[in-house]
Ligand binder design. Structure first.
Ligand SMILES: C[S@@+](CC[C@H](N)C(=O)[O-])C[C@H]1O[C@@H](n2cnc3c(N)ncnc32)[C@H](O)[C@@H]1O
Length: 160
């Protein structure tokens, strides 16, 4: 599964979790494994559902594409295997990406975009790239436990 597959992350902020996943997978993945990251790079959109005025304010977690690329570069990220896509999550965005790029099936998908509407769009896209169920052994080997669809990874020193 760590070859001819991809790690998908929706909601990058400064890029820490994508960077961390890339680093910890180095000894385990094959040549044909890619890290796909998606973000507006302008922070959160306004939500009609999630109204928390502190955590989920419009524009929170904004970090530019250039900033994230610089962070990944300066902390030794593998840019050859990393593809970052800028835009607001929507069918139009994802249809356009699909037309222009090839996406491998998802081995791991991290949906960390905070607001309901964003998660719906992200799931609508990634469900086209079926997840392979993880075995418990493999889960333990990745980062002390992950779930197959929505994953949170913590720990380690990194760019954020
Ligand atoms: C909590 S941050 C992600 C944190 C990151 N995964 C990490 O661990 O460091 C949420 C991110 O989701 C992005 N986001 C949320 N909704 C979005 C949408 N509809 N379109 C594009 N990006 C979105 C925001 O720009 C923000 O960078």
């Amino acid at each position: 599964m760590l070859d001819s597959h991809g790690y998908y992350e929706f909601g990058l902020f400064k890029g820490f979790s994508l960077w961390f996943a890339e680093q910890v997978s180095r000894d385990h993945r094959g040549e044909d494994f890619y890290f796909y990251g998606f973000d507006s790079f302008e922070g959160l959109p306004r939500s009609q559902v999630d109204m928390d005025p502190i955590c989920w304010r419009e524009g929170n977690y904004a970090a530019s594409l250039e900033f994230v690329m610089n962070q990944l570069r300066s902390y030794g990220g593998d840019l050859e295997k990393t593809r970052l896509y800028k835009g607001w999550f929507s069918k139009e965005l994802f249809n356009g990406l699909r037309e222009n790029d090839e996406f491998l099936p998802a081995a791991i998908c991290v949906i960390d975009c905070d607001v309901y509407e964003s998660c719906v769009e992200a799931l609508g896209f990634v469900k086209e790239y079926p997840f392979t169920p993880l075995s418990p052994e493999w889960r333990r080997g990745w980062a002390n436990g992950v779930s197959c669809d929505v994953t949170v990874m913590t720990g380690g020193r990194g760019p954020c």
